[in-house]
Design a protein around this ligand. Structure first.
Ligand code: 13P
Length: 291
């Protein structure tokens, strides 16, 4: 099966009260590890890429071709969508052309009318090519790709208007933030989430900043309409921890066993990614759903 748009898998998750995990990828190792774990788990998945990570990996076309080729080479059978994370207006348009099967247009920093007009345009362009679209209302807190937002909560009325444009799924701030949560974090605002779900006529919602939210809190959000959970920092932390263990054990200096060979050196990090992905697929319910 080729890469697919994220609409069907997310709609199924919404009906079935579980969430699709959307993992950010940074390189070939991330892509391969996540795909292998999801295939083993028979879980549909979204691989998402920020604009910064796209630049790091030499552009949208390189990323789209790499993901498609790794996907085909590994003979992946579970549904996989390739999604632009926090796309700009220009970035979203470029990804629709480059072979992405899903894009997020993040116009949350624009005045609402402008966010609305640009979202509408991206939705039309994307849908004409069978590409799914996520839009955002209200900033997600924390910092990603050097952009810091205050973590305001979305206005349900604005969510209703954007949902009415025919967006496939909607990111709405409910107190979630990117990166590691501070010790005094107040938790997710379920009242705002309930209001958004009620006025958007059951539009699947997206929870950004999935790293570090207690699983029970995420599951409650899923029960209230969240059908896509974004996870980035968590896999970076797991990878870094496993690599630190490798280096602290001085395995890279083991010349007899070629511990410096990148295929050996990066293996513990890749295995740690696979283990955490499997845990998250089970925690948020998509494990086994592509059976
Ligand atoms: P975390 O890095 O906090 O997991 O957030 C990921 C995210 O929301 C990507 O858009």
């Amino acid at each position: 099966m080729a890469l697919v748009s994220a609409t069907e898998m997310i709609n199924k998750a919404h009906e079935g009260h579980y969430a699709i995990c959307a993992f950010n990828i940074n390189n070939l190792e991330w892509t391969k590890s996540i795909l292998l774990a999801c295939e083993k788990a028979k879980a549909p998945v979204i691989l998402e890429v920020s604009e910064g990570a796209n630049k790091y990996m030499c552009g949208y076309k390189t990323v789209a071709d790499m993901v498609k080729n790794i996907h085909d080479y590994l003979k992946i059978t579970v549904p996989v969508a390739l999604h632009l994370d926090h796309g700009t207006y220009e970035g979203a348009k470029a990804c629709i052309e480059a072979g992405y099967t899903s894009v997020m247009f993040d116009g949350s920093h624009y005045p609402f009318e402008e966010n609305l007009a640009k979202s509408k345009e991206i939705i039309e362009l994307a849908h004409a090519k069978g590409v799914s679209v996520e839009c955002e209302v209200g900033g997600i807190g924390g910092s990603e790709d050097g952009v810091t937002s205050s973590g305001e909560k979305a206005d349900p009325e604005e969510c209703k208007v954007i949902a009415g444009l025919g967006v496939d799924f909607l990111a709405a701030g409910i107190g979630n933030i990117h990166g590691i949560y501070p010790a005094n974090w107040q938790g997710l605002d379920f009242e705002v989430l309930k209001k958004i779900q009620a006025v958007t006529d059951g539009k699947p919602l997206v929870l950004h900043g999935g790293t570090g939210i207690p699983y029970d809190m995420v599951r409650k959000a899923i029960s209230l309409g969240v059908s896509k959970v974004n996870i980035n920092t968590e896999l970076q932390l797991e990878f870094a921890k496993a690599e630190r263990t490798y280096f602290e054990a001085k395995k890279d200096l083991d010349t007899k066993n070629k511990g410096f060979d990148p295929r050996k050196l990066l293996k513990p990090g890749c295995e740690a990614i696979e283990a955490k992905v499997t845990e998250l697929l089970k925690a948020f319910g998509s494990y086994g759903k592509a059976e």
